[in-house]
Design a protein around this ligand. Structure first.
Ligand code: ATR
Length: 287
């Protein structure tokens, strides 16, 4: 354990609730592996307390922090600046300090694309991707897949209006990507499974016993891959189906790790120690 001195710098995560967060474990493992004089702590912040908490983080000289549910969007007006990526996604997951300025960034999208490469050997360029869900996680995935050169993205969502609104906000900037929406049921999804290279679940379905009972992944083309942003349980109901149908699959742990490594780099300026966050989390979560 790092010895805390008068010079130790503080990093952390704000969320409500925050007790379940795995970020303190993996960030402290990486900081300690490099012997860096930082400590990363959880800050439980209610929605009502967010403005006061951000003032407090400023005045306490915190070096940087992660932002999780439910603050990723509501924190935006409380910051001094956003990176173009965070501004376009409309959500912040990482804040860094530059002088007395707090700058909001978003490392979820880059973390997702890195995880696709590292965990599924999947490069989005020229590919057809079926995204399940149209919330905040879907938006960061959509933007990062468009930026990485995907050819076609189909958004399947329970509430079709939310899927339409999602692509409306992205279509102008990425006019070269074919974007469409369908309902999140077999009527909407079955027609796209034979042509999709990748299926991604961005919804919370799969947590707490819920599942996509109707989804028939045997329709997914041979060589098609399945990514579930959910990682608890590690083998989600969707991934059980992927495994059963013989497809390559990965859960969202790789994305959690990669977004954390990118945040580490932003705060400390140092490359994260290879494999340390991954080893720490896998020891905890995997079989
Ligand atoms: P996040 O920021 O984590 O993406 P969100 O913005 O609340 O969370 O988005 C949740 C997504 O999961 C939405 O696409 C939501 O569908 P609706 O737009 O129809 O609400 C989807 N979702 C949540 N629960 C679901 C369920 N039981 N079945 C299908 N989709 C669900």
């Amino acid at each position: 354990m790092t010895e805390i001195t008068g010079k130790t710098r503080v990093l952390g995560i704000i969320g409500w609730p925050v007790a379940h967060s795995l970020s303190p474990l993996m960030q402290n493992a990486a900081l300690q592996a490099l012997g860096m004089d930082y400590i990363y702590v959880p800050f439980p912040v209610t929605p009502e307390a967010l403005p006061v908490a951000v003032l407090g983080l400023r005045s306490l000289g915190v070096a940087g922090f992660n932002v999780t549910i439910p603050h990723k969007t509501t924190i935006i007006p409380l910051l001094d600046e956003l990176t173009p990526e965070a501004a376009f996604i409309g959500a912040v997951n990482t804040v860094r300090r530059e002088g007395d300025q707090l700058i909001g960034d978003n490392t979820d999208g880059i973390g997702f694309v890195r995880s696709l490469a590292e965990d599924l050997e999947f490069q989005p360029q020229g590919k057809t991707i079926l995204l399940l869900g149209a919330g905040g996680a879907a938006r960061s995935a959509l933007v990062s897949l468009c930026a990485a050169g995907a050819a076609e993205i189909i958004i399947a969502n329970r509430t079709i209006e939310n899927a339409d609104a999602l692509i409306e906000g992205v279509a102008d900037r990425y006019s070269q990507v074919r974007l469409s929406t369908v309902t999140l049921d077999s009527v909407g999804v079955d027609q796209y499974l034979p042509v999709a290279d990748l299926v991604v679940n961005t919804t919370s379905v799969g947590m707490g016993g819920s599942s996509f009972d109707w989804l028939d992944l045997s329709l997914l083309q041979k060589g098609g891959r399945v990514y579930d942003m959910v990682y608890s349980p590690p083998l989600t109901p969707l991934l059980v189906k992927a495994k059963g149908a013989g497809h390559s699959y990965a859960n969202g742990i790789g994305m959690l790790i990669a977004q954390g490594e990118e945040a580490f780099r932003l705060w400390t300026g140092a490359p994260p120690p290879p494999g340390v966050m991954k080893t720490r989390l896998r020891a905890l979560l995997d079989k």
